[in-house]
Design a protein around this ligand. Structure first.
Ligand code: PLP
Length: 358
């Protein structure tokens, strides 16, 4: 199926947009000149790849995605190195995770080589949109929607795989500033057996109410607890969560309720390389608070593609407020941020083979 890209038809826009000021880039607010689209029809499979000018989609109002949320997405970034090359970070992992998600939502599988080749083809067409200002990158958003018009509940027979691109600035403009986290003990994100491990819009729609609540209380993000007992620590917002306790690093295991983050995987690999013990096991919010009391909790951070590493300076659980590392970024968080962004941007050597040059 990866031969499919030989049929790729490219239509360039006659009216390229003006590029935004790279020093003023936000996150996901501007989009490039082109997008990639691949259609799926039952019987024909994935077919007719095109790159066309960026613009509105035409959908039947009965399209299944609009009613029952049969939708998945991915997120990755591409960077311009100091030497001027454009490189992707672990795109094969996004392709693999797409099929993990597709399986859960009964969306047809995609050829993983085709997936990466489609990303490369679109980024090549819009390569002059990859910014070179420090801390900037081009965010890639592949997604799949069920387009078949019908109101019955069953997996759709028609889909669109679409890729759009957005030049983005550093997630935190002032540099790595520790965030304030609200521990959510009312609503939950996932339970075992539901869709917690799948990257789907539906999980996000269900999380908004907690996010709004946290923002109203003056917090940056929520920490999710497990869906059954509201005791076990799971994720922070839309990133994976790490706790440094007594010199060891704790993070929730991949048992079906949390997203298998690619940054999470990179963090664990680098920590193990540094000789740090990483424990992927269940641990409770009580244990985190006990460690804070005893002074054993030295750092908390979140990992994800958008912010890479996001240190946590403060947490509130019920009425109990704790400050972590006096609200300052800790040494492991800083080291991980510098190492991962260094490899991504080509500033540091890539001993893991994670970068893929265009
Ligand atoms: C995307 C995502 C992450 C982070 O995954 P990365 O591959 O590191 O970007 C973590 N949790 C949730 C819920 C996510 O959607």
């Amino acid at each position: 199926m990866s031969d499919l890209l030989k049929e790729l038809k490219i239509t360039k826009t006659p009216n390229p947009k003006a590029k935004p000021d790279p020093a003023a880039l936000g996150f996901g607010e501007e989009f490039t000149d082109h997008m990639f689209i691949l259609d799926y029809d039952e019987g024909a499979g994935w077919h007719d790849p095109v790159i066309v000018p960026y613009g509105p989609l035409s959908l039947d109002p009965a399209a299944a995605v609009l009613h029952y949320a049969q939708e998945m997405f991915e997120g990755l970034k591409t960077y311009r190195t100091e030497a001027g090359h454009v490189q992707l970070f672990r795109p094969d992992m996004n392709a693999k995770r797409t099929n993990l998600t597709n399986d859960r939502l009964c969306i047809p599988f995609m050829d993983e080589e085709l997936y990466v080749a489609a990303i490369k083809a679109l980024v090549s067409v819009d390569a002059d949109w990859v910014p070179d200002y420090p801390g900037t990158s081009l965010y890639i958003r592949p997604y799949i929607i069920a387009t078949e018009p019908f109101l019955g509940v069953r997996p759709a027979d028609q889909y669109k795989f679409i890729i759009i691109l957005s030049p983005v600035g550093p997630y935190y403009k002032e540099g790595l500033k520790p965030t304030k986290i609200f521990v959510e003990d009312e609503y939950v994100r996932a339970v075992l057996g539901s869709t917690g491990y799948a990257k789907i819009g539906g999980n996000y729609a269900a999380s908004l109410k907690s996010q709004v609540k946290a923002h109203k209380k003056g917090f940056t993000q929520v920490l999710w607890l497990d869906g059954r007992e509201r005791r076990y620590v799971e994720e922070i917002g839309t990133s994976n969560a790490f706790f440094v306790i007594g010199g060891e690093v704790f993070t929730a295991p991949l048992e079906g309720t949390i997203l298998p983050g690619i940054t999470r995987d990179s963090v664990i690999t680098i920590l193990k390389d540094r000789g740090v013990t990483v424990r992927e096991e269940r641990f409770t919010i009580d244990e985190v608070y006990a460690a804070a009391d005893s002074g054993a909790l030295s750092e908390v951070f979140a990992s994800g593609t958008a912010a890479v590493i996001s240190p946590v300076g403060e947490m509130l659980w019920k009425e109990n407020r704790i400050t972590i590392n006096e609200g300052r970024i800790g040494p492991l968080s800083q080291d991980l941020y510098d190492t991962i962004t260094g490899i991504q941007s080509g500033r540091l050597a890539d001993p893991y083979g994670w970068t893929v040059r265009l």
